[in-house]
Ligand binder design. Structure first.
Ligand code: ADP
Ligand code: MG
Length: 195
């Protein structure tokens, strides 16, 4: 089973991914992973985006390169061994952030189309203001309002993808416990499609 957690920063992905991992790994082989990865390309991305000195298309191509590495070196091999793989961010994130940064949606989709699809995707939906309040206390300057607008666009694209891919939209404003129960129940009631 391949599960992804998606949503803007501060929406609660990592919290829930960890809770689910703790729950599942007590009973079965399970791996919790994330993007950008801890690999060479992922670490390179983290360094670059901190400096903010790179154009959006280059960023998204790097994310796709990191994802290709992630899929081939970790996700596919671990799924083959029968593990449950949980990833904190996957291709929805680059389409949503990439689109919000002005890139062509068709191109973003094409680039990401070849990666295996998760069996279950959770999209954490929350107002950017609330999410940003959770991760950092910032001033209310121009950059703050620009960031909010950017995250509004990102949120819209996440929702569009969620509807298209029949993902589970989670109300990120609910309590950690309530969301945990919702996530567990969706994962527990999942059955592999009959092919
Ligand atoms: P993300 O991984 O999506 O950026 P995190 O899981 O790291 O989000 O959560 C960001 C912050 O918000 C953390 O301090 C976390 O404890 C808190 N948090 C997570 N989920 C909730 C929730 N449902 N309600 C309130 N606070 C939450
Ligand atoms: Mg996180």
């Amino acid at each position: 089973m391949f599960i992804s957690f998606e949503g803007i920063d501060g929406s609660g992905k990592s919290t829930q991914a960890k809770l689910l991992f703790n729950e599942l790994s007590a009973k079965q082989d399970c791996v919790l992973t994330r993007e950008p990865t801890q690999g060479d390309i992922g670490n390179f991305i983290k360094k670059l985006i901190k400096k903010k000195k790179i154009n959006p298309m280059a960023v998204q191509l790097l994310f796709a390169a990191d994802r290709s590495f992630h899929v081939e070196n970790l996700i596919k091999p671990r799924l083959k061994q029968g593990a449950v793989v949980i990833t904190d961010r996957y291709f929805f994130s680059t389409i949503a952030y990439g689109k919000a940064s002005g890139l062509d949606e068709r191109w973003l989709r094409d680039v990401n189309d070849r990666f295996i699809k998760p069996d279950i995707t959770f999209v954490f939906d929350i107002e950017p203001k609330t999410a940003m309040g959770r991760v950092e206390a910032r001033g209310r300057g121009k950059a703050y309002f620009e960031r909010i607008r950017f995250l509004e666009d990102t949120r819209k694209m996440y929702k569009k993808l969620a509807l298209e891919y029949k993902s589970n939209i989670i109300d990120g404003t609910k309590s950690i416990d309530a969301i945990k129960e919702e996530v567990f129940s969706i994962v527990n009631s999942w059955h592999a499609p009959i092919v």
